[in-house]
Design a protein around this ligand. Structure first.
Ligand SMILES: *Cc1c(COP(=O)(O)O)cnc(C)c1O
Length: 383
């Protein structure tokens, strides 16, 4: 039965395969066959995934607290380290409080079912991350689930009106949309949502460390404040794992009291919490890292365009190059790996048929020679 499903995927050319890497996740990675390739596929936007300070902090945390909590937090307690990390996240996001989960996937799954009870409504952008879609699915069956077309503010207002009789409403959006690299129209989303008395939650997993001069994310980019922010510690903020929800103290207390992914699952391991804590501190003390990322993104974008490649525009560090047919994008990604560039191809059903793409992701750790080599290889393959 399952074998037949797999065969069908294989025949349709949809079976995924990804390399095994023998090095750390740097701007260049060594594959298991010994070859070194330029890495344009990771979310290691600030290059902190192999930063010696982050690794040292992770090791220190493990020396103090050992390998793990061996329990969920409400039963056996949290480490001081968790409180320190959550204070740092609150300061970073400019929120009164925050709490952590073992992933942003878990944080998102925690958010909507806990806060919307049995009578709320969620209004979600059509292109939101899979974890937000699943969070909507996990809500009580009487919660109203509405979707607005991607970044369509007229449709958002229509849905806000449709949910007007619900006592609690949350509008939720990605900060940066991962397939297009475009960003949410946050000022308008906040204005409309507040006009109708709804809260705004932003998942800024691809925006933290990237957008805004201090890397504060999409809120800093626009100079606005959302009501609730979720994010990952598995991308720019260290790259290991972990996620968080930040917001008003009551909201966070409710999540600590009642959200199932925290009640029934262990806390972040000390090494992960300690490494992420240091990563956020590095970012907060040294915004130059964000400036380096930004200049690398501009360099890469310019170099790709100078080769006649069509790159979608956005302020994020995600540069999609539109290729067209799904099979062609996947084939190109395989070919590029043999040419020394790790860059992922995305096709249908992740993106619309005919708009398959290579997704280039830039890091502050890339040097001009990495980017030049990658651009030359991409240009050769596309021609
Ligand atoms: C990557 C991502 C996640 C998942 O983060 P994890 O911490 O790896 O679970 C959630 N939401 C968005 C928008 C993401 O881009």
């Amino acid at each position: 039965m399952i074998r037949k499903d797999l065969d069908a995927l294989r025949e349709a050319g949809k079976l995924k395969s990804a390399p095994y890497i023998a090095s750390a996740m740097g701007p260049v990675v060594r594959l298991d066959d010994g070859r070194e390739v330029v890495n344009l596929s990771s979310n290691n936007y600030l290059g902190l995934a192999d930063d010696p300070r982050v690794i040292e902090s992770a090791a220190r945390a493990m020396k103090v607290h050992g390998f793990g909590t061996a329990s969920v937090r409400f039963i056996c307690g949290s480490f001081e380290l968790h409180r320190e990390l959550e204070r740092e996240i609150s300061a970073f996001t400019g929120m009164a409080a925050s709490t952590t989960y073992v992933s942003c996937w878990n944080a998102n799954e925690a958010l909507l079912p806990t806060l919307l009870g049995t009578d709320g409504a969620v209004i979600s952008d059509r292109l939101n991350h899979a974890s937000i879609i699943d969070s909507c699915r996990l809500c009580n069956k009487n919660v109203l689930r509405l979707v607005y077309e991607h970044s369509d503010m007229a449709d958002l207002e229509t849905q806000l009106k449709a949910a007007a009789d619900r006592p609690r409403r949350i509008v939720i959006t990605d900060g940066v949309f991962s397939m297009e690299g475009d960003i949410a129209k946050l000022p308008e989303i906040i204005r409309l949502s507040h006009k109708y008395g709804a809260l705004v939650a932003v998942d800024d997993s691809h925006g933290h460390g990237v957008l805004g001069d201090k890397g504060g994310g999409v809120c800093e980019h626009y100079g606005v404040a959302a009501d609730i922010v979720t994010g990952t510690l598995g991308k720019a903020l260290g790259g290991a794992a972990g996620g968080f929800i930040a917001g008003p103290a009551d909201v966070i207390e409710m999540l600590v009291q009642a959200s199932r992914p925290q009640l029934f699952s262990n806390a972040l391991p000390p090494a992960v919490a300690g490494g992420a804590l240091e990563a956020i501190r590095i970012l907060r003390n040294d915004p130059a890292l964000v400036a380096t990322l930004r200049s690398n993104v501009a360099y890469m974008r310019g170099a790709l365009k100078s080769k006649g490649l069509e790159v979608l525009d956005s302020p994020s560090a995600i540069l999609p190059i539109i290729i067209g047919p799904t099979a062609k994008a996947l084939e190109m990604s395989r070919k590029l790996l043999t040419e020394g560039v790790l860059v992922t191809g995305f096709g249908y059903p992740v993106v619309p048929e005919g708009a398959a793409r290579l997704r280039v992701q830039v890091s502050a750790a890339h040097k001009p020679q990495h980017m030049d080599a990658a651009v030359n290889a991409i240009a050769r393959c596309v021609k």
